[in-house]
Structures are given as structure tokens and as C-alpha cells.
Design a protein around this ligand. Structure first.
Ligand code: ATP
Ligand code: ZN
Length: 286
């Protein structure tokens, strides 16, 4: 039987869609039928296990799955000896302390002796210890935000992305104690065969992620400004320069980091660049 790398992804939730998208962007074809527990890809030796996110680190640790995609929060909370393969950057959120409106909060010290409800007791305990705050942690698996209203806790520590859920429960976010994104984790003792499949997969994941980080840019420029333009673009290699019929001008092509894009565009315009064309990059490998 052919060896397949088994990847655990969240069955249904905030991570599911983006986890599957990144694999699909790697050119890997599969049905993504979330009613299934297990599914094989058609054109790459991997198979999917669709699980609850909380179970993913454990399954990878036990070797039921070889790799998995999970929030860093879940990975750190469970604190299992797994390999962190890559930060995938999506599903950004933070773990924050929130208190009822009117609660006088002046830093973690304000929580001394109080009850804090959370689904992340490990991460919270570590943070409180660092701040030498002694509080009582109530571990709750869901709907943490209702606990102050029903008198179970004085404050909460919960995942937030926009804060809308907190506000609708009369709570105020006062301090972020931890930041999370989705990460790819792996079983530390993969066989040579599986490691080889993983290397192939990671090459593709890197190419997909890098492509997202860059734009392809083309423009015409008076030749005399070429050195300045190259300095503005910076980046990995010198740009490709093609002569134009008008000998005082040239055409330039290069890649620019998305985060610097607008800045670069403005500076190039100021140098006299014309006909600036920008396109997305689909894949980008070294
Ligand atoms: P499951 O049924 O798989 O146990 P869940 O309800 O525990 O699902 P989700 O709410 O889907 O989990 O969140 C999964 C992960 O998505 C979180 O662990 C976190 O890493 C990330 N995430 C991103 N934004 C948020 C947010 N606003 N609230 C909660 N989690 C978020
Ligand atoms: Zn969960």
C-alpha cells in the first residue's frame, strides 16, 4: 500500500475553510466532504482526518495523524512535545482579559484573589504567575463570556478577534495576554517516507505563502533613474530591465513585498515611472 501523510484539520469551525484552502492552493485535489472522518487526496499522497480542533494536538502526538493545522493557542495550552512546522498566519486572534463594565481594572494585579473563567487555564496560569498574581482559575469549555453575568466568575480570559461578543455580554476587553495564529504541527518521529512527503508539501506551502506576500510590478522609467528605482524596490534580486525604442527609457519588472507596496508605488511615481502594472503572483518558489 502506498504511504500517505495523514493531516488533521478542523472538521467544522473557524480554522476549517482556510486550512483546506491552503492545501488546495498547493494544487492538491480532494473533495473536502466534511461529513467524512477521513478522506484521501486524488493527486498527492496525503489523507485528511477531520477532527475537533481540541483533539488535533493529541492525535498528532499519538501518531494517529502525522501533521495537523491548529491554533497556536490550542498547541500551547496542551503543551505536548510536538514539532512546530510553520506559522500559517491565518485565523489571527488574541486571548484577552475582559471584565464587567464598571470594574476598576489597573493591570493584572487588579485580579488578585478573584475568579477568572477561561478555556485556556494553562496559558492564563503561566501569565498570572509571571505577573505574580494569585487568582482562581475556573476552567470552562464554552460560553465563557456569560460567566460574570451568572455570578460564576469576576472576570474572564477568552479568545477575541473583534470584541463584538464581549460587548454584547456587557464585558470590556482590558488586556491581551497572548496572540495566536494557525500553525502546522508535526509528530516528531515521522518515518523517512513520511518526512519526504512532508518536505514536498512544505515546499508547496512555502511557495503559496510567499506568493501571497508579494506582488509583481512592471513599469516604464527614464533610464537615468534606474539605480534609484532599484534601491526603492530592494528585495531579493536586481530587477529585470528591458530596453525600449526610446533609448532614454527602459521597462522594469520586479517583485515587491505586499507590505511595502503602496510606499514603493508612490516613490516610483515620484521618480517618473509610467504605465505601472501590478499583478498578483500565484506561486513563487526559490
Ligand atoms: P471545535 O468544534 O472544533 O472544538 P471550537 O468551537 O473549539 O471548534 P472555533 O471557534 O472554530 O473552535 O475556533 C478554532 C480556532 O480558531 C481557535 O482555537 C483560534 O485559534 C481561532 N480563532 C480565530 N478567531 C477566533 C475568535 N474570534 N474566537 C475564537 N477563536 C478564534
Ligand atoms: Zn474546540
Amino acid at each position: 500500500m502506498e504511504t500517505r501523510l495523514r493531516i488533521a484539520v478542523q472538521k467544522s469551525g473557524r480554522l476549517s475553510e482556510k486550512s483546506l484552502k491552503i492545501i488546495r492552493d498547493c494544487g492538491i485535489k480532494f473533495g473536502s466532504d466534511s461529513r467524512l472522518l477521513k478522506e484521501e487526496a486524488d493527486n498527492f499522497p496525503i489523507e485528511f482526518l477531520y477532527l475537533r480542533d481540541d483533539d488535533i494536538p493529541r492525535y498528532v502526538y499519538d501518531g494517529v495523524a502525522d501533521i495537523g493545522i491548529v491554533g497556536r493557542n490550542e498547541f500551547d495550552e496542551q503543551d505536548l512535545p510536538l514539532e512546530e512546522l510553520k506559522d500559517l498566519g491565518f485565523s489571527k486572534c488574541r486571548l484577552s482579559i475582559a471584565v464587567p463594565e464598571g470594574f476598576p481594572y489597573h493591570g493584572l494585579k487588579s485580579l488578585e484573589g478573584l475568579r477568572i473563567a477561561t478555556s485556556y487555564p494553562g496559558i492564563l496560569a503561566k501569565k498570572l504567575k509571571e505577573a505574580t498574581v494569585d487568582a482562581r482559575i475556573y476552567e470552562i469549555s464554552g460560553s465563557v463570556e456569560i460567566t460574570p453575568a451568572i455570578g460564576v466568575a469576576d472576570a474572564i480570559c477568552d479568545l477575541v478577534s473583534t470584541g463584538a461578543t464581549l460587548a454584547s455580554n456587557g464585558l470590556r476587553e482590558v488586556e491581551a495576554i497572548y496572540y495566536s495564529t494557525a500553525i502546522m504541527i508535526g509528530h516528531p518521529g515521522l518515518s523517512m517516507e513520511k518526512r519526504a512527503i512532508l518536505d514536498r508539501l512544505m515546499l508547496r506551502v512555502d511557495a503559496v505563502m510567499r506568493a501571497d506576500d508579494y506582488k509583481y510590478i512592471m513599469f516604464n522609467l527614464p533610464k537615468e533613474h534606474l539605480d534609484q528605482a532599484a534601491a526603492i524596490i530592494g528585495g531579493m534580486k536586481s530587477p529585470t530591465v528591458t530596453p525600449l525604442l526610446d533609448e532614454s527609457w527602459c521597462a522594469v519588472q520586479s517583485v515587491v513585498q505586499e507590505s511595502r507596496f503602496w510606499d514603493v508605488l508612490e516613490q516610483l511615481k515620484a521618480l517618473g515611472a509610467q504605465g505601472i502594472l501590478v499583478t498578483a503572483i500565484e506561486k513563487m518558489a526559490d
